[in-house]
Design a protein around this ligand. Structure first.
Ligand code: CMC
Length: 430
């Protein structure tokens, strides 16, 4: 198949030629777009394990090698040498910015960090104990009611403004969701601070006291944002693309992405992972939890382990692990029991036949929670921080889709296995 340009599909006595599409990287792709029209068959792939839903130039993952690139740049280099807003520029526009372009981009993002003052009332409608993700789904969706001048998806300028608004306001909204949940006053953004410091400031400062953001912690926060910024066609990104394919406005699409991210199999895993590590509590209880993870009759899974695409170490987890060590060191936390359990759990799982055979490695969520907890975030803020970081990826993918002349409304088909046609029966006859 290496040199072939088509593949042949034989169904009974008929043969169908399927074009083979060649990527820059990754496996070849069989183009089945005309198959139904020609052969009257659908393909069946629940969970999209073998299906490419679009072409994209943004992010590449090699799951076997454990590699992740944004626009061709390895994630390790970006995490080490770049910073989140530069990565945002890269994801949105395709190349690293010049100094001038960076200044201009930073200025545009900074000018949009405040939210419409009336949005404060919207927040106050939520119950105090609302999960910040619930608040964020609602508030981001509501942005389409506040920013009418950036909802026309056919106007490239409005798309651009919507992108900048979302990237700029997401930290403000996430911080407000947090402040509201703990009964503290909202803190306005401070535009002289960098993106990560500003977010920490809005989360942790109070009007009664001065708060200085530790630059080393802000750097660790920025790296968390970078590591989560995009991950090609994962569940929430595909949700954003599917919502956007109908022509829905960008704020509605990103709200849909946040809703999808919330689940424990996806972005909710960072909260679930830390809760699991706390529940395990001590190293001696690890075997009990490993046994549960392997037991088919028990729905329990090791949170922070496994990935649909990575069948080798998640490269983000490697960076995150180093960051966890650095942050705990910096904060003088040397005997953190959760970190001890995490390290030992990782060691035991990586030597266990079940995990080796199924290629289950720690993923990005395994260590991020430990860092966020050490920084002072409650577990309920872990997934909102993921959402904040992923917003640029969602919006870059959405913009790519809207600009793609081949894009169509997403409309999967099905394998119907329900009742055959039958006649309605009057209630007396049932
Ligand atoms: N613990 C124990 N067994 C597992 C785990 C786990 N964490 N993950 C997968 N398996 C088993 C699974 O039971 C299955 O076994 P079998 O072949 O005997 O049926 C096999 O490994 C393959 O797993 P799968 O569920 O078919 O794989 P998937 O690609 O559908 O799911 C996943 C990937 C990430 C949803 C899954 O590994 C999982 O639920 N992990 C825990 C949640 C988690 O950490 N999610 C964060 C993912 S990374 C960040 C993000 O995407 O947001």
């Amino acid at each position: 198949m290496a040199d072939a340009t088509t593949a042949t599909l034989k169904i009974n006595d008929s043969e169908y030629e399927l074009p083979i599409l060649r990527p820059t990287q990754g496996p070849n792709v069989l183009d089945i777009r005309k198959l139904y029209g020609q052969a009257d068959v659908f393909t069946y792939d629940p969970g999209f394990t073998s299906t490419a839903s679009c072409d994209s130039t943004i992010t590449f993952i090699d799951g076997d090698k454990g590699e992740l690139w944004y626009r061709g740049y390895p994630i390790e280099q970006l995490a080490d040498q770049s910073h989140y807003l530069e990565v945002c520029y890269l994801l949105l526009y395709g190349n690293l910015p010049t100094a001038e372009q960076m200044d201009d981009f930073e200025r545009r993002v900074t000018r949009h960090t405040m939210v419409h003052e009336q949005m404060h009332n919207f927040f106050r409608g939520f119950r105090r104990d609302a999960h910040p993700m619930a608040t964020m789904v609602g508030v981001i969706g509501a942005m389409s009611a506040f920013y009418h001048d950036s909802t026309d998806i056919n106007d490239p300028w409005q798309r651009e403004v919507a992108a900048i608004r979302l990237i700029a306001k997401m930290p403000t909204i996430a911080a407000m969701a947090y402040k509201y949940s703990i009964g503290q006053p909202f803190v306005y953004p401070q535009n002289e601070l960098d993106y990560a410091s500003n977010f920490m400031h809005m989360c942790f400062s109070v009007p009664a006291e001065k708060y200085n953001v530790d630059p080393a912690l802000a750097r660790a926060m920025d790296r968390i944002f970078t590591l989560h910024a995009d991950h090609e066609q994962n569940a929430s990104t595909s949700t954003v693309r599917l919502a956007g394919s109908s022509g829905a406005n960008p704020f509605a699409c990103i709200a849909a992405g946040i809703a999808c991210l919330w689940g424990p199999a996806h972005g909710g895993a960072n909260q679930a992972c830390l809760e699991m590590l706390r529940e395990i509590g001590t190293v001696d209880r690890i075997p009990e939890f490993i046994a549960r993870a392997k037991d088919k009759s028990d729905p329990f899974k090791l949170m922070g382990f496994g990935h649909r695409v990575y069948k080798n170490f998640d490269p983000r987890a490697k960076v995150m692990k180093e960051s966890a060590d650095e942050v705990l060191d910096l904060l003088g936390i040397h005997d953190n029991p959760t970190l001890q359990v995490a390290k030992e759990l990782e060691k035991i799982a990586l030597e266990d036949e079940y995990f080796i055979e199924k290629k289950l490695y720690p993923n990005v969520d395994f260590y991020s929670g430990i860092i966020l907890e050490a920084m002072g975030f409650p577990t309920s803020m872990f997934t909102p921080i993921f959402a904040l970081s992923r917003t640029v990826g969602w919006i870059a993918q959405w913009k790519e889709m809207i600009g793609d002349p081949q894009a169509k409304i997403g409309r999967p088909r099905q394998l119907y296995v329900g009742e055959d046609k039958r006649d309605y029966l009057d209630v007396a006859a049932r």
